[in-house]
Design a protein around this ligand. Sequence first.
Ligand code: HPA
Length: 236
Amino acid sequence: MSIHISAKPGEIADKILLPGDPLRAKFIAENFLENPVLFNEVRGMLGYTGTYKGHRVSVMGTGMGMPSISIYAHELITEYGVKRLIRVGTAGSTSKDVHVRELVLAQAAATTSAIIRNDWPEFDFPQIASFKLLDKAYHIAKELGMTTHVGSVLSADLFYSDFFDKIIKLGSMGIKAVEMEAAALYYLAAKHQVEALGIMTISDNLTNPEEDTTAQERQTTFTDMMTVGLETLISE
Ligand code: HPA
């Protein structure tokens, strides 16, 4: 076991879906995987391994924010040999053209976090998705008929920011959404030469707080996003 994950060697697949919320990991395991087996309960960060369409895959919560996802992604990659990591989560739209329930595939992630800057103060190191996974996810989402945006996101350290106006300004410069994990995941993927992608559903719109969804609509969008995530995860 590693410090934060109690799985034994071999209990985690080399492809993993990473929702922020551990209860979503449980939901995905119970509703999308065949024969899911729980491999982690440490800190309630539930993780399961099962099969999806005959392919061995895992799903595990990451918690919220870059420090939390960094701990789990680091241990999954360096101690359990995970080679493909796909984050599935929510994000706030920063663009008038990106609406609630729509999908954003994070081609790149800017960040307010010091995690990368501390390692590389002399560079603005770009955080980018695996192009192969991005390309697959885009075509899978399109085939499912989902409204899908591809572009940059902002991975922020604060959910409750005093600088929403600046975030919306970034939106006017092409940043499509704000969330809190992708940049750190992409950085670790680059560092350890594995594949990563962030798939986000828009849950709220910073440019238009009136935009809302019903619980049923949120559930449908969530289910579609899991399908995109799992199909991308098992793609060749
Ligand atoms: N900010 C940061 N993360 C988020 C948001 C947001 O508005 N919505 C969903 N995740």
